[in-house]
Design a protein around this ligand. Structure first.
Ligand code: SAH
Ligand code: SF4
Length: 372
């Protein structure tokens, strides 16, 4: 018998095609989409407004299978980290960050990452594989369910609970480079936006990229959501050193792609992330160069205090240097904020996500040799 289809990985169009193949109408697919994603239901038998025959047909042909949570830890500040099993001894991380006015889930898109950014723990570990759509959306599915305390039963009074959305924002800032997995990321984004699923507005879903120019254009065509770009340096020489991708797509090309993206973007600015590395990119001259670089791109800058990990070879800029850098950019008219470090006592802060990756690229060993 062929493997059962995992319905968690289908966006609305995919699910409609699956239902058509079963001889079922598209509105049935939408009904099931609501059960899976709005109610968090994985048991067809519990989908009470479907005919019994259809429930049995689905149970025979399909499953709703989210990846398994192998560890669930909560930091002192309420940040919650889910370690998610993605098979073959690989695990990735999803992090929930509660704030007064929103709840943000940081989602991973690959097991490891092939980009080799020097200051990133995920990049140091090498790459194993792309996550499937089911594994990507599965992180939102399981986090929503865990935060609600289980599946919400649709129907009657429970309807309200089903609509409760503990996750109001999603950022693709976990492990991996999302644009290198667009085939699986785009259907997951569509589910995040779908009113029958998570119903988030495009402004509340952010893709963060190290800057792969042609794929920024592809995202703009296929599913424009808010865009964050990891900049980290104001000139090519320094960015080449910190992020090898810059040798392929230097700053002028990257910023041109950002301007093109803004024609379709749901927000009228790009967020530029800038990790603060002591003595590397945190001098006043770097701030001035950044202001010049971003002069003709509508931009907001988000400074990220570097989060150390063993053997990184970098240190976080002193608090005073970060404050001065932030002020210098603001004074020059560049809207800048400094990201609060959250969840660092459970290694859940930006760039600390390690998961458990079987490196298929031998990158980790090679980078370790380079570092010594
Ligand atoms: N691969 C994507 C998204 C994941 S990383 C990207 O690079 O944009 C999310 C953010 O954390 C990126 O801006 C990344 O550069 C930053 N980051 C990586 N390592 C870090 C570290 N050790 N401390 C602080 N931020 C880090
Ligand atoms: Fe990959 Fe992003 Fe880390 Fe670079 S910063 S290695 S692109 S996860």
């Amino acid at each position: 018998m062929p493997d059962k289809a995992n319905l968690l990985g289908f966006d609305a169009a995919g699910l409609e095609r699956f239902f058509a193949a079963l001889g079922e109408k598209p509105f049935r697919a939408r009904q099931v989409l609501r059960w899976i994603h709005r109610a968090g239901e994985d048991d067809f038998a519990a989908m009470s407004d479907l005919a019994k025959g259809l429930r049995e047909k689905l149970a025979a042909a399909a499953v709703v299978a989210a990846p398994r949570v192998v560890a669930d830890s909560v930091a002192a500040d309420g940040t919650r980290k889910f370690l998610v099993d993605v098979g073959n001894a690989n695990a990735v991380e999803a992090v929930f960050i509660p704030e007064d006015d929103r709840g943000t889930l940081c989602v991973s898109t690959q097991a490891g990452c092939a980009m080799e950014c020097r200051f990133c723990s995920t990049g140091r570990q090498g790459f194993n594989r792309n996550l499937t759509t089911a594994e990507i959306i599965g992180q939102l599915w399981l986090a929503t369910r865990a935060l609600r305390g289980g599946a919400a039963r649709l129907g009657g009074a429970a309807q309200g609970a089903a609509r409760e959305r503990p996750v109001s924002n999603v950022v693709l800032m976990g492990m991996g480079e999302p644009l290198l997995n667009l085939d699986n990321v785009v259907p997951a984004l569509r589910l995040m936006l779908d009113d029958n699923a998570y119903g988030l507005s495009r402004r509340r879903v952010t893709v963060s990229t190290s800057g792969i120019v042609p794929l920024i254009d592809r995202l703009r065509e296929e599913c424009p959501v808010a865009l964050a770009v990891s900049l980290h340096a104001p000139d090519d020489a320094l960015r080449d050193r910190l992020m090898p991708i810059n040798r392929k797509y230097p700053l002028a090309e990257l910023l041109a792609a950002c301007r093109r993206y803004l024609e379709r973007a749901p927000r009228d600015f790009i967020t530029f992330e800038y990790v603060m590395l002591a003595g590397v990119n945190d001098a006043p001259e770097h701030a001035d160069a950044l202001v010049r670089l971003l002069a003709d791109v509508p931009a907001k800058v988000n400074l990220i205090p570097f989060n150390p990990f063993p053997g990184s070879g970098f240190e976080r800029s002193p608090r005073e240097a970060i404050r001065a850098f932030n002020e210098r950019l603001n004074a020059a008219g560049l809207v800048t904020t400094t990201r609060k470090t959250r969840g660092d006592d459970i290694d859940a802060a930006c760039g600390q996500l390690a998961g458990r990756i079987q490196d298929r690229t031998r990158r980790a060993a090679r980078l370790a040799r380079v570092a010594t």
